[in-house]
Design a protein around this ligand. Structure first.
Ligand SMILES: Nc1ncnc2c1ncn2[C@@H]1O[C@H](COP(=O)(O)OP(=O)(O)OP(=O)(O)O)[C@@H](O)[C@H]1O
Ligand SMILES: [Mg+2]
Length: 243
């Protein structure tokens, strides 16, 4: 069963066709990779699925529900979380406070009594510990290292308990030791039930972690399969070499 189904999705920016009748699906329970050369439309697909921009055409289904055209807060509340290519951390809030922001943004604040708020804080501390960054809970976002920001963003997106999480380059620019930790945490969260769709240029990371890989080129999904199938697909090599 697919948790997310994208059909004939399209988006143009002026004369640029960023996403061109793109179709793909994310199986429930999977870690699915979305790869493709620079500018092939990966981030735009994420922005369309999560409601940050509206599609020109096409359909997006999350479980049985059509979500194309809904706003980001609605989609977040339905159970789709995301991270950004450049981690969005509030520099003047502490790491712990950054963890609580997404919860508030979803409009849950009004629902939270004092007691439940305390519970959220406890959950945030647990999630920071899970990512091995408890020691920076009280550190301002602006003072965190690049790798700590990546871990914090991953921790924060899990706070609302999303069923599906879209990760835009979770390993981008991080050192090899941290790379392995990020992969392991994603794997653990997946084993606990979260489905992932992730964009990443680091092929080793994608091929080790993902069950399924979708390849986009010029806004279209041109290949899909398990990592081995995708690696051996000549169309994929052509897309990357630009032939
Ligand atoms: N807001 C925008 N306005 C105009 N053009 C845009 C906008 N967002 C994306 N584009 C264009 O759409 C195309 C797809 O961009 P997108 O960011 O989705 O690619 P990507 O696959 O995420 O690339 P990368 O791997 O470099 O992150 C590019 O040609 C890009 O310049
Ligand atoms: Mg991108």
């Amino acid at each position: 069963m697919s948790l997310l189904e994208v059909k004939d999705l399209s988006k143009r920016f002026g004369g640029v066709v960023a996403v061109d009748s793109c179709s793909l699906s994310v199986p429930a329970g999977s870690i699915t990779g979305l790869i493709g050369p620079n500018g092939s439309g990966k981030t735009t697909i994420f922005n369309l699925v999560t409601g940050f921009i509206a599609p020109d055409g096409g359909e997006v289904h999350f479980k049985t529900r059509s979500i194309a055209g809904l706003g980001p807060d609605r989609i977040y509340a339905l159970g789709i979380g995301r991270t950004f290519q450049l981690a969005r951390i509030f520099p003047r809030l502490t790491a712990l406070e950054n963890m609580l922001v997404p919860v508030r943004r979803a409009g849950l604040r009004a629902l939270l009594s004092q007691g439940q708020w305390g519970h959220e804080k406890e959950r945030a501390m647990e999630m920071l510990a899970f990512m091995d960054i408890s020691q920076v809970a009280g550190t301002l976002g602006g003072a965190l290292s690049y790798g700590q920001r990546k871990l914090l963003e991953l921790a924060a997106v899990m706070m609302a308990g999303p069923e599906l999480v879209l990760l835009d380059e979770p390993a981008g620019g991080v050192n090899p030791a941290l790379l392995e930790r990020i992969a392991e945490r994603i794997r653990q969260l997946n084993q606990q039930g979260t489905t992932f769709l992730l964009v990443e240029h680091n092929m080793g990371f994608v091929m080790n972690l993902c069950h399924e890989v979708v390849v986009v080129h010029q806004g279209r999904a041109i290949a899909k399969g398990n990592p081995r199938e995708v690696r051996e697909n000549p169309a994929v090599l052509d897309a990357y070499l630009g032939t």
